[in-house]
Write a protein that binds this ligand. Structure first.
Ligand SMILES: *Cc1c(COP(=O)(O)O)cnc(C)c1O
Length: 361
């Protein structure tokens, strides 16, 4: 096999090589049973064991307390934008949303179809360069929940700590789940598309407090009720078997490395290396996010001109640094450095950045 390049893609994103190799074997011959992983029944004892282990590991690694369900759903994180309010909110009820980027904007649009949505904070006028501190907004006490995107994948901002408000939190953690510890008991619901930090595309993990399952209006279609999936342990219909399996292998890998706390330390070191390179470049590289809102997962930065950015991305790609082009709504560059991204890849990128800056400064 040719050498693997450094994959800075925002999603689907880098996975541990060990997991890819395990999957390659299991797809053809799962546990030496003479049958491939993706051709066995989801109700076979082999696959049931995979699903169970995956859930157990997520619970263990995230410290999910009793009284919460872990669901494996489809439709991407984007389907949660409507499923959350559809299940948790009635037409005349209030929910509070923080507008910190493209993904929260899309969630707000969907939520407005179902209830009274209040948005006490938005950083849209400053192109989403920051997330708010607690004192910068208030939450209507009538709110059923406070919704946030914990890490803004496109703009490269992240809540350093979760909002400390007198409200049940609901969070889209698609791009930073399992990258640091969170106190799950403060959340009514957490969801994450797997394809950034936990596996391949195809499964969305939902962690929901059990008492919320009953809130849903009976008129909501069966497949769109969380309680349908909760009652059947995500086996109401065929789950995305391969994606669930891969998430399980990634959880295994994460546990072997020491779990979420150990991963958080690695992530801090990785991001610090890259932000130091930006900050010590005498303004050649400029971070998009304000310092106190900087994401440890998606590092966004610009160069002095569009031409230099294009040249930078092209030359980087030629040296095996893939996926550094920023999202079209921000421009510039973005290095996504999720859990599975290796430290050594950042060391090499930082060297490349220094050389490039010296040549063009
Ligand atoms: C990628 C992403 C989404 C969208 O995920 P899909 O699975 O493509 O629907 C939503 N929220 C965040 C924070 C994301 O990074």
């Amino acid at each position: 096999m040719s050498e693997r390049i450094y994959n800075f893609s925002a999603g689907p994103a880098v996975l541990p090589e060990q997991v890819l190799r395990e999957a390659a074997i299991d797809i053809v011959n799962f546990h030496n049973k003479g049958i491939g992983l993706i051709e066995i029944s989801h109700r076979s004892k082999e696959f049931m064991a995979v699903a169970e282990e995956t859930e157990t590991l997520i619970r263990e690694l995230m410290g999910v307390p009793a009284g919460y369900k872990v669901l494996f759903l489809q439709g991407g994180a984007s389907s949660q934008f409507f499923m959350v309010p559809m299940n948790l909110l009635k037409k005349d009820q209030v929910a509070t949303y923080l507008n910190t980027g493209t993904w929260s904007k899309k969630a707000i649009k969907e939520a407005k179809l179902f209830g009274q949505i209040e948005v006490p904070y938005s950083s849209e006028e400053i192109n989403f360069t920051r997330v708010p501190a607690d004192h910068e907004y208030t939450v209507n006490p009538a709110s059923e929940y406070l919704y946030l995107v914990s890490n803004n994948t496109i703009f490269g901002t992240q809540f350093q700590t979760m909002p400390n408000k007198d409200a049940m939190l609901v969070a889209d953690m698609s791009s930073d789940i399992l990258s640091r510890s969170v106190d799950v008991s403060r959340f009514g619901l957490i969801f994450a598309g797997a394809q950034k930090n936990m596996g391949p595309a195809g499964v969305t993990v939902v962690i929901i407090r059990e008492d919320l399952l009953e809130r849903v209006d009976e008129a909501v279609p069966t497949m769109l009720k969380y309680k349908t999936h909760a009652k059947e342990d995500s086996m109401f219909n065929t789950p995305p078997c391969f994606a669930v399996y891969c998430v399980g292998r990634v959880m295994h890998w994460l546990k072997e490395l020491g779990g979420v706390e150990a991963m958080a330390k690695r992530n801090q070191k990785k991001a610090a290396l890259l932000y130091d390179a930006i900050d010590s470049s005498n303004g050649f590289y400029r971070g998009h996010a304000e310092k106190q809102s900087r994401s440890l997962m998606n590092v966004t930065f610009t160069l002095p001109s569009k031409e230099l950015e294009a040249d930078f991305i092209r030359k980087a790609a030629a040296q095996g640094f893939d996926g550094l082009k920023g999202h079209r709504s921000v421009g510039g560059c973005r290095a996504s450095i999720y859990n599975a991204f290796p430290h050594e890849g950042i060391e090499k990128l930082v060297d490349f950045m220094a050389t490039f800056a010296k040549k063009h400064q």
